[in-house]
Design a protein around this ligand. Structure first.
Ligand code: NAD
Length: 318
């Protein structure tokens, strides 16, 4: 199968590309390298350095004629979307429309779209949250992800392009970059590996931080493989269903690093506190039953094992 992956030089999608190549698929990557890196690119994939908003994009889709598009490229930062909602909408909405317009003209069969279960439900009353809960986005980023889902429904209805929506929770693992505002696992790891103090953001009433559902990127690759031929015109939470407070996450990372480094300063074991940033939500945890039945997917990596695997990668690559 020929699969075009947008954002394939980035953290998650480069892992997905590796999974697709390993499974024998023919993979094409489009990425503007704004946060992605050339060294993440799989050598067997064809690479186009291009913005998804580019007027040149339709030519590539027409030339490559993929069977499936897997759309991961996005403006991914919640704080950045609060700072500049126009840019967020430009990349996440206009970029998607550019892709879908080109796709419908080239006869594309299916698109796999990456949404955010960690963001679109907002402060959900039904918690943990399943896909039937009416989303209530609380940041421009979450709004553009939800709006994108509506565009997919429209393009299916009007132009017959099938879709599968994967609503990720908080994803971590090898290749996540520590220099954004997102990606707390890589941020904590990077700081602690360099013997620097970490900051724990929290709401005043929850000093141990936000509750999140952390899912390992290796499990995400499996979901993207299954979505190639399952789950047409459905949306799925892709997560673990396990709640973790930021402080618990910090402790798991601290202990893992201490085990391998030995010389970690105990003074770093108590992170500095700061008040939650605009756009942050207090808790998010997702029910993944639908993905179990609809995609045949389930998470298999515990937080401890995922953190160990991620740390192994950081130790080799820092
Ligand atoms: N990391 C998470 O926890 C998480 C959670 C939910 C959803 N997601 C979604 O998963 C996807 C991948 O996120 P990630 O964490 O791997 O981030 P990332 O920044 O590592 O990957 C995004 C990739 O898209 C590329 N890109 C950005 N804007 C582009 C543009 N205009 N044109 C072409 N390429 C562009 C970047 O260069 C990068 O390679 C995003 O859609 C994000 O919203 C991520």
């Amino acid at each position: 199968m020929k699969i075009l992956v947008t954002g394939g030089a980035g953290f998650i999608a480069s892992n997905v590309v590796d999974g697709y190549v390993e499974a024998g698929h023919d993979v094409v990557v489009i990425d503007n390298l704004s946060t992605g890196k050339k060294e993440n690119l799989n050598k067997s994939a064809t690479f186009y350095e291009m913005d998804i908003r580019s007027p040149e994009l339709p030519k590539i889709i027409n030339t490559e004629k993929p069977d499936i598009i897997n759309h991961h490229a996005a403006q991914i930062s919640v704080p950045a979307s609060v700072e500049d909602p126009g840019l967020d909408a430009d990349v996440n909405i206009k970029g998607l429309i550019n892709l879908l317009e080109a796709s419908r003209k080239s006869g594309l069969k299916k698109i796999i779209f990456i949404s955010s279960g960690g963001a679109i439900y907002g402060e959900a009353d039904n918690y943990p949250t399943d896909e039937t809960y009416p989303p209530n986005p609380l940041s421009p980023y979450a709004i553009t992800k939800l709006a994108s889902e509506h565009y997919l429904y429209y393009y299916h209805h009007q132009w017959g392009i099938d879709y599968t929506i994967l609503r990720y929770s908080n994803i971590y693992g090898p290749r996540q970059i520590p220099n954004g505002e997102a990606g707390v696992v890589s941020i904590f790891m990077n700081l602690l590996m360099h013997n620097k103090e970490c900051t724990l953001y929290h709401f005043p009433e929850r000093p141990s931080g936000m509750i999140r559902d952390y899912c390992f990127v290796g499990d995400i690759v499996e979901a993207n493989l299954l979505a190639l031929d399952h789950g047409e015109n459905e949306k799925y939470n892709i997560a673990t269903g396990v709640e973790t407070a930021t402080l618990n996450l910090f402790n798991v990372i601290f202990d893992s690093i201490k085990t391998i480094k030995g010389d970690l300063d105990d003074g770093l074991s108590n992170p500095r506190r700061a008040i939650a940033r605009p756009g942050d939500i207090t808790r998010s945890c997702l029910i993944v039953e639908k993905a179990r039945t609809g995609l045949g997917w389930q998470p298999t990596t515990s937080l401890d094992n995922g953190i160990k695997a991620t740390l192994e990668w950081y130790t080799k690559h820092q």
